[in-house]
Design a protein around this ligand. Structure first.
Ligand code: GDP
Ligand code: MN
Length: 460
């Protein structure tokens, strides 16, 4: 941890070539602010959105005594392109709105402008949360040298902090990061608020299943507040997000091809199971359960039932790391109904040659665990048992968190019991990266499993 060249270079533009190839969705700043920042209480500037000068803009600028007019484009470096303008009066604001709407920002037409309350900037930090293929998990990148383009920052002053693949980072962990980057030297007085803000940024990243959330600048701003006791205005420093670059996963799920490249997607005819799975989502748009892929070599012996953006990526990469050989990948998210879970469970388990099953995901925000696991998966297992098709030699490891998790995991554990299924069931107390390791060790101990060559003693 600490200073050094970034292992996973932070993105610099809102829409990179990298993103264009993939099934990702980039948000405009106003979309990110009004949905993600607002929902997760990431402090941001008051603003209005417009496509032409209007009364709302005039009133806003009058009341705030000025503002900042920004182009809503997906490309970055708007400041350098002249597409971020400070204005003092209503007339200047109207002109800036018109000018920016008429601009082409690095070749891109603005869809709107955001008129923001002008911030009194004291310092500009760089902050990003993304996934690192090196550490197999989320990484918080921080620098005291924000404001400028990230590639211009001295790499020695960019700090990457890998964190556990979980919904929350504790404020004390962030406090330690802020000490390490030198934030507390000048801004020790607001370290508590700053830690909570960055904890909110991380929570926003995780809960929205983003691939990347970049804030540059995350600014220390001077604000005038009214003192509660005296009623007098007092000046206070505060950390505030003055920009937002967010890349979401398409449908908030990671198609496994994304983790492993396009190697299996187009080079061969889809298998019958892949086709059957596609129909699950085609027929019913509630949630996503049909993104089923088998590896190109069609081998492998571990059925993978994984959930959610980051959770799936981390589970799959860690599985390979510990020497498991996935036989299929399915990414499930968006709270699919029990019926869909039932169908995909049967497809996943019908792959020949399985030795183990890994049911693993982060802590869902919407997906109901009692419905997906407690009802859909349980229904499939009970029916397979009735039909005499249940393979009781399989070893299962389940790790899951989210709404109704206690009920869902209890129903699943009871189902394991009555059907003689061998497996272990964990909630989110268990780190995601431990689940593949536990499955591997159970398989080695009870089934003489021979882990693949890349097996490491520890998970990520
Ligand atoms: P980008 O160039 O596309 O990253 O656009 P940003 O939204 O980050 O804006 C570019 C720069 O404008 C920032 O780095 C700030 O230095 C400056 N800026 C943005 N908002 C404000 C503000 O409210 N007040 C001041 N003084 N500067 C701002
Ligand atoms: Mn910026």
């Amino acid at each position: 941890m600490g200073a050094g060249p970034p292992g996973n270079p932070a993105p610099t533009v809102r829409r990179s070539l990298h993103d264009a190839r993939e099934t990702s969705v980039n948000l405009y700043e106003h979309e990110a602010v009004s949905t993600i920042y607002k929902k997760h209480r990431v402090p941001h500037a008051d603003h209005v959105v417009a496509t032409e000068p209007n009364d709302e803009v005039a009133r806003f600028v009058r009341e705030k005594g000025g503002g900042v007019v920004k182009a809503m484009v997906l490309v970055g470096k708007r400041g350098k392109a002249g597409a971020v303008k400070l204005v003092k009066t209503e007339a200047e604001a109207a002109q800036a709105v018109r000018d920016i709407m008429a601009m082409s920002v690095w070749g891109e037409k603005p869809v709107a402008v955001m008129v923001c309350e002008k911030a009194d900037i004291v310092a500009e930090l760089y902050c990003a949360v993304t996934y690192s293929s090196e550490t197999r998990g989320p990484v918080i990148t921080l620098s005291m040298e924000g404001g400028m383009d990230v590639e211009e920052i001295d790499p020695a002053r960019i700090h990457n902090f890998p964190v556990a693949a979980a919904a929350e980072v504790e404020p004390f962990e962030i406090r330690n990061m802020l000490v390490e980057i030198g934030f507390t030297k000048d801004y020790g007085a607001i370290v508590r608020q700053a830690s909570m803000t960055i904890a909110s940024v991380y929570r926003a990243f995780w809960a929205s299943e983003a691939r990347m959330l970049e804030i540059n600048p995350l600014a220390v701003v001077r604000r005038t507040k009214t003192d509660r006791k005296t009623g007098k205005p007092v000046e206070a420093l505060e950390l505030m997000a003055l920009d937002a670059v967010v890349t979401l996963d398409d449908d908030a799920t990671v198609p496994p091809q994304k983790t492993f490249g396009e190697r299996s997607a187009y080079k061969r005819e889809p298998t019958q199971r892949e086709v059957d799975a596609l129909l699950i989502d085609r027929d019913d748009h509630r949630g996503k359960a049909g993104s089923y892929v088998e590896p190109e070599d069609l081998g492998g012996d571990i059925a993978m039932m994984t959930f959610g953006g980051g959770g799936s990526a981390v589970t799959i990469e860690t599985s390979y790391d510990v020497g498991l050989r996935p036989a299929n990948f399915t990414d499930i998210g968006g709270n699919p109904p029990a019926e869909k879970m039932y169908r995909i469970s049967k497809i996943i388990l019908s792959k020949p040659g399985l030795k183990g099953v890994l049911v693993c995901g982060g802590t869902a925000s919407n997906t109901r665990i009692d419905v997906t696991l407690g009802e859909g998966l349980v229904g499939a297992l009970d029916d397979l048992a009735k039909e005499g098709k249940l393979d009781r030699d399989l070893i299962w490891v389940v790790r899951r968190g989210g709404p109704e998790v206690e009920k869902g995991l209890k129903l699943l554990a009871e189902c394991f019991q009555r059907n003689g299924i061998q497996g272990r069931v964990f909630d989110s107390e268990l780190p995601i990266t431990q689940a593949p390791l536990i499955l591997r060790d159970l398989l080695v101990e009870h089934r003489g499993y021979k882990p693949g060559p890349q097996a490491k003693a520890q998970g990520a």
